[in-house]
Write a protein that binds this ligand. Structure first.
Ligand code: GCU
Length: 591
């Protein structure tokens, strides 16, 4: 064995400095090794520590080989670009002119990948292959081979790296249930259900309006830099280590902006936006901050600006009143209004109550289309609220029992229910009762609907003579009516309300949730209730506002600035002309 191990190689160390520099320069210039097709990586082009490049023994490939120092710890590190993740055959070409094994410890990106034997080859000019298996990730890997004995490593000519399994050509499954989980004025937060893959999902690609908008390691992300009031289309694809992309997830549309600031919503100053009006029943906000308001008895839909300017945009065709609670009731603006201009209205017609859709262009509604008809009607108990789910995918509709309490338990009609439909009126395939719009049942007359920050649906419900309710709606749930009113009667097996009031102190219509505070507008009670949803999903810290100040209240909605608009319902049973739309400043002190 030469040189004498007792005389460590001072000259080599000096040479090594230059060699490392050269090697580093070479590795910058060299095209990184690819793991396809028996790619070779020359040791002299790798990163060398504790070794020098020599060429004094014949038979090497490339321009030389690495002569490890005769000491532990020297290494050669190869930069390997793998086309696919998974097991790879790693072949070292080496010579060991001694009779003593010179094991090298192999790591991949610092992770131990085993120790490989390099027994004697008979002569320094006799080169042999030794093979081991390492697991690489797709893309860049650092394979380091470190001397483990005081003899150092063998003379190292090159390595070659080859995937040992078949190439991964199988794409991940598409991400499912893409949804919006929140938004700010300029951002939209997205979440989805994880994809699966035969090898493993390594990340997700988020697309906005067809172009890549970002990537995510996990199953959620926030896309920022958006413009408030503009509708954006989002899809997500999964990718695996080999770069295979899944088909796209479901597409959703989300419009940033229009959220209240964080904090506790405390009502403050009230101003009248409009007075002397027909019963203003539904209120929904357009991206520009104005509201669309429906008139129950006059059947008008008008735009009302925050400064109180009114512009009629249409009269609902075929609307009828009932000399009672029917007429033109709830209204919703499409979550994709910026691109489709759709407005949804719930109203009474000759064939029953129905949900219709029209397009607002400029100041005119046109193209009225019935998307869900035949909801039983009567003079009273017509329900009427519309609310889109937070992800914009489903329209929820509240109905009443049409003064026939058995309707509420009759799964063959839509009275006394909360309904869930697609924006075109079709039935979502994952509704709880196949082929039916019914989302929950056992309701007497629901006129308030909204979602909390966890995406759960809350609803206000008129009781008969004793108890009104606020319910946390259960998918497919029986909420009790008529056997159970509030918490009295035969309530076994039905969903209990989260809050009851005596009908004289409530008779609740509109419901809006701001920062997990539930606001309920009451008619007979002539007040607004505010309650916080606590961690146990209970309604706590009830506050009462405006009791008796503005008469009977129908609707409470939050605008894009976080203020609320109220409507009154002084007019009863077909009389008109005495009602108001009110604006309430909301302050948001931090909790
Ligand atoms: C000899 C041989 C070198 C080898 C060294 C060793 O000097 O010429 O190429 O690296 O022995 O034992 O490591």
């Amino acid at each position: 064995m030469e040189p004498d191990p007792a005389t460590p190689s001072t000259p080599r160390r000096r040479l090594a400095v230059g060699a490392v520099t050269v090697a580093a320069a070479l590795s910058l210039l060299a095209i990184p090794g690819t793991a396809h097709g028996l790619a070779d990586l020359q040791s002299e082009s790798a990163t060398i520590s504790g070794g020098v490049v020599d060429s004094n023994h014949a038979g090497y490939t490339g321009s030389g080989f690495v002569n490890y120092d005769n000491a532990t710890g020297g290494y050669v590190e190869y930069a390997v670009t793998a086309a696919q993740a998974g097991p790879h055959a790693l072949v070292f070409r080496y010579a060991n002119g001694t009779t003593i094994d010179r094991p090298l410890a192999v790591t991949v990106d610092g992770a131990t990948a085993g120790t490989v034997s390099f027994p004697g080859t008979g002569a320094w000019s006799t080169w042999r292959d030794v093979t081991t298996t390492v697991t690489l990730k797709a893309g860049a890997n650092r394979i380091r081979a470190t001397a483990t004995t005081e003899n150092g490593g063998p003379n190292a000519d090159r390595i070659s790296v080859n995937p040992s399994g078949p190439a991964d050509t199988e794409a991940p499954t598409p991400p499912r249930n893409l949804r919006s989980t929140g938004k700010s004025a300029t951002s939209v937060s997205l979440a989805w259900d994880a994809s699966t893959d035969n090898v493993g999902v390594t990340g997700y690609v988020v697309h906005r309006d067809g172009a890549q908008a970002g990537t995510a390691d996990g199953t959620s992300t926030t896309v920022s830099g958006l413009t408030a009031g503009t509708a954006y289309r989002f899809t997500v694809r999964a990718r695996d280590a080999a770069g295979n992309l899944s088909p796209s997830s479901n597409e959703i549309t989300a419009t940033p902006g229009g959220s209240a600031p964080p904090g506790v919503p405390n009502p403050g100053a009230v101003t009248t936006l409009r007075s002397g009006t027909d019963v203003p029943w539904g209120v929904a906000f357009l991206p520009d901050g104005s509201a669309l308001v429906t008139e129950r008895e006059a059947f008008n839909v008008y735009r009302l600006t925050p400064s109180g300017r009114r512009t009629n945009v249409g009269k609902v065709p075929g609307a009828q009143n009932t000399n009672g609670e029917g007429g033109v009731l709830g209204i919703e603006v499409s979550p994709t209004f910026a691109t489709d201009g759709y407005v949804f209205v719930y109203h009474t017609a000759s064939g029953g109550n129905q949900v219709v859709r029209a397009k607002l262009s400029g100041d005119g509604l046109s193209g009225w289309t019935t998307i869900l008809g035949g909801i039983p009607k009567n003079r009273y108990h017509n329900g009427g609220r519309l609310r889109f789910s937070p992800d914009g995918r489903y329209l929820f509709v509240s109905t009443g029992d049409a003064q026939n309490s058995s309707n509420a338990q009759n799964m063959n009609n839509n009275a006394g229910k909360i309904l869930r439909i697609n924006p075109d009126g079709s039935i979502p395939s994952d509704n709880p009762f196949p082929g039916k719009a019914i989302w929950s049942y056992g309701h007497r007359n629901v006129q308030g609907l909204d979602f909390d920050s966890k995406g759960r649906l809350w609803a206000s419900e008129f009781g008969n003579s004793s108890q009104d309710e606020v319910n946390l709606i259960q998918r497919g749930g029986n909420h009790g009516w008529p056997a159970c009113e509030g918490t009295s009667g035969s309530c076994g097996g039905t969903v209990a309300p989260k809050r009851t009031w005596s009908t004289s102190s409530a008779s609740p219509s509109g419901l809006t949730i701001i920062n997990d505070h539930v606001f309920v507008a009451t008619t007979v009670g002539q007040r607004i209730y505010r309650m916080r949803i606590n961690d146990s999903s209970n309604l706590v810290e009830q506050q009462v506002y405006f009791q008796g100040s503005y008469g009977r209240l129908r609707t409470v909605e939050v605008d894009h600035d976080g203020d609320i608009w109220l409507t009154t319902s002084t007019d009863k049973d077909g009389t008109t002309g005495n009602d108001r739309v009110l604006h309430v400043d909301i302050a948001y002190p931090q909790p």
